[in-house]
Design a binder for this molecule. Structure first.
Ligand code: NAD
Length: 286
């Protein structure tokens, strides 16, 4: 049976480190690292994510500011709010919860955030910095996956990794981080041919396709490490159930290590958001 990579436990350790850093910044510099979260509209999943992020920030002793705007908010109003947060010295990190309602331009909103406060790591300057190996604010989900992977592979050098998914928020930054750690990286996606055999050759598979139980035991090399980023809300007998991109039961029998869903990558993502906010606060000190 595979070793379980428990994201709840690991994120609790990271959050403790965050809390000590917060205390240090308060004692030495008199600052309270503060995260501003902007939510536009009423998307139920986004509301849960925002609530969890704010809760964890407060538990770690950080400041948090929530801006909830109605679904009809205009681009100008949102840009004005971001401008205000960019210029507020009490705010160290800004997160605009995605997706935004369809009438708003996400790229424009992301580009409007001060890169030094861009704790999601989505601003083009931060994306470029990551691609060229000079990153400071790295997207939270791939950052969390790297911390989990290091539990099993302290040295990732030479590992053969397949990342399933090529989105800007997970797949691409994940591949960039793995490449920086000297892995051999293949990015697979919806048009990839022979995806099963590619995965079967991999020492590590990172699943970020958003397709419930896409990856089953036939795709996995015995002993491989499997990181499941997927969160798919599926109706089972009239009840809403969260499922990953990996068929957990069967894959756990063959893999060497595996993350569960829920309780795997999700909690690590939030922990890394707080790590980024601390990093941003420290950078803004100098
Ligand atoms: P996305 O829809 O933007 O991208 C999905 C990617 O998967 C695309 O590149 C697509 O080409 C690829 N894909 C789709 N179907 C495929 C298939 N059948 N075979 C191979 N590749 C396929 O999604 P995203 O934003 O990258 O998120 C991916 C998943 O991760 C979602 O389930 C999302 O909810 C989840 N997620 C979880 C966290 C977390 O904290 N745990 C954070 C972000 C996203």
């Amino acid at each position: 049976m595979a070793q379980l990579l428990d994201g709840k436990q690991l994120s609790a350790q990271v959050l403790q480190e965050v809390a000590s850093e917060v205390e240090l910044l308060r004692a030495e510099y008199g600052i309270v690292p503060t995260l501003a979260v902007v939510l536009v509209g009423e998307d139920p999943a986004s509301q849960v994510y925002v609530r969890n992020k704010v809760k964890r920030a407060e538990e770690a002793g950080m400041g948090s500011i929530e801006h909830r705007l109605d679904a009809g908010t205009t681009q100008d109003t949102l840009n004005e709010l971001i401008d205000h947060l960019n210029n507020d010295p009490q705010v160290h990190g800004i997160l605009v919860q995605l997706p935004l309602p369809s009438h708003l331009n996400e790229d424009e909103v992301i580009a409007a955030i001060n890169p030094a406060k861009d704790v999601d790591g989505f601003h083009p300057l931060n994306v470029g910095a990551l691609a060229s190996g000079r990153a400071s604010l790295v997207p939270c989900t791939p950052q969390g996956c790297m911390i989990m992977l290091r539990q099993i592979h302290p040295d990732l050098s030479g590992q053969n990794v397949v990342v399933v998914g090529r989105s800007n928020i997970v797949g691409k930054p994940m591949a960039a981080l793995l490449l920086q750690a000297d892995c051999t990286v293949t990015i697979a996606h919806s048009r990839t041919k022979n995806i099963e055999s590619l995965c079967r050759n991999a020492d590590i598979v990172v699943a970020a396709a958003g397709r419930a139980e896409l990856i089953n035991a036939d795709w996995i090399k015995p002993g491989a490490t499997v990181i499941d980023v997927g969160i798919n809300a599926i109706d089972v007998d009239g009840k809403r159930k969260l499922m990953g991109d990996v068929a957990f039961e069967s894959v756990a029998r063959i893999a060497g290590a595996i993350t569960p869903v829920p309780g795997g990558v999700g909690p690590m993502t939030i922990a890394c958001l707080l790590l980024n906010t601390i990093r941003a606060a420290k950078d803004q000190l100098s």
